[in-house]
Design a protein around this ligand. Structure first.
Ligand code: ATP
Length: 136
């Protein structure tokens, strides 16, 4: 049995279709959503989102957001979300290296948090991208 999933970012609608299952990384752990899930609001952490549509599996890199289920329909409002095939690997690799370098060279506590967040997003993008390429 399927249900409607919509994923949106400030840039627009990323995904809007019927799905069988969504697996996402919330701040309190992994959640797996099947049809007829009860109403829910939860916060998604930086991480992989897996969407199952029949035989098809779509992986996405999410940098955090809100997942809600209302009357059987699921919505993810994400800060950023890229489907695996849209991830620019060279950009993510460069972002990872920049963040690692800054973490070593700039000790300012506030900026350290920002670099850590950037590093986490870059690692997530690299991981999700490699999954789409079948190396995971
Ligand atoms: P960068 O330093 O490369 O901009 P970032 O982590 O600071 O990385 P974000 O602020 O998370 O970037 O994202 C800004 C916009 O760029 C978003 O629309 C996001 O979807 C997109 N984006 C960021 N990195 C990538 C990537 N590697 N491939 C495709 N889109 C990306």
């Amino acid at each position: 049995m399927t249900y409607k999933l919509r994923i949106v970012t400030p840039e627009g609608i990323v995904f809007d279709d019927q799905v069988d299952k969504v697996v996402a990384n919330t701040v309190t752990g992994e959640i797996c959503i099947l049809a007829k899930h009860i109403n829910l609001v939860t916060v998604i952490d930086v991480g992989k989102v897996k969407v199952c549509q029949g035989e098809k599996i779509i992986y996405g890199a999410c940098s955090g957001g809100l997942l809600t289920i209302k009357d059987g329909e699921c919505s993810i409002v994400a800060t950023t979300f890229e489907c695996a095939e849209d991830i620019d690997v060279a950009r993510a690799q460069a972002a990872k290296e920049r963040a690692e370098e800054k973490l070593k060279s700039d000790e300012d506590a506030k900026r350290q948090e920002m670099y850590k967040a950037k590093l986490k997003r870059a690692i997530c993008r690299l991981k999700v991208s490699s999954m789409a390429n079948g190396s995971n």
